[in-house]
Design a protein around this ligand. Structure first.
Ligand SMILES: Cc1cc2nc3c(=O)[nH]c(=O)nc-3n(C[C@H](O)[C@H](O)[C@H](O)COP(=O)(O)O)c2cc1C
Length: 192
């Protein structure tokens, strides 16, 4: 009799442990399966877009990647008062694709790519087109963001969509002067 009670108790304890452990294991497996891998890519000539990119990285836990021009932009290159400065010439030529130094390692593992840039003459700098055209982005979600002197992001969406072949391009946002709290709320909504 005692033996029987012992075995019944043991069975009960076992059932209790399994009842608690299994659902917990399932929940954590489901969470893991759902977690999206985030890459935060940005180009920033004078540091403003870099600041916005860092906020997104902090909010999403993503990997930060800076697009660097093979030939860095000097302040003379960016002096848009001069019609003939490098940035203006590039923006005026649809075919220009400035060379990038380096590559993202293993871009295949990322599901969501935040892509940030300053607005130049109402649009994305041409080096952003170089970036998008350098990778196979099929099935990935691209989330554009920018900083600007007030023009906003809408004028850049056409170019981004044209170069991000096979990707799903989300509605972009101008993050100039947005607080960390606002950036976090927006970025989290794009990763879901
Ligand atoms: C060549 C050039 C063209 C620009 N054109 C615009 C423009 O059309 N509209 C605008 O709002 N800001 C324009 N700006 C301002 C930048 O978009 C803005 O200062 C941005 O925040 C800079 O980002 P960064 O510091 O990451 O390079 C221009 C800046 C440069 C250098």
């Amino acid at each position: 009799m005692r033996k029987r009670i012992f075995w019944m108790n043991l069975l009960l304890v076992f059932a209790l442990i399994m009842g608690l452990a299994l659902p917990a294991a399932n929940v954590s497996a489901a969470r893991k399966a759902k977690k999206k891998k985030v890459l935060v890519v940005y180009f920033s000539a004078t540091g403003t877009t870099k600041g916005a990119a860092k906020k997104i990285k902090k909010a999403t836990g993503g990997t930060l990647y800076q697009i660097k021009a093979a030939k860095p932009y000097t302040s003379a290159d960016l002096n848009y008062d001069n019609d003939n400065c490098r940035a203006n010439r590039e923006q005026n030529d649809e075919t220009v694709r400035p060379e990038i130094k380096g590559k993202v390692k293993n871009i295949r593992k990322y599901d969501v790519i935040f892509l940030g840039y300053p607005i130049w003459w109402g649009k994305e700098p041409k080096i952003i087109r170089t970036f998008l055209e350098s990778y196979n982005l099929k099935g990935k979600k691209i989330v554009p963001f920018c900083t600007s002197g007030g023009s906003g992001i809408s004028g850049s969406m056409k170019g981004i969509k044209a170069s991000a072949k096979g990707a799903k391009v989300a509605k972009g946002k101008d993050l100039t002067d947005l607080s960390y709290k606002s950036v976090k709320k927006w970025a989290e909504s794009k990763v879901k």
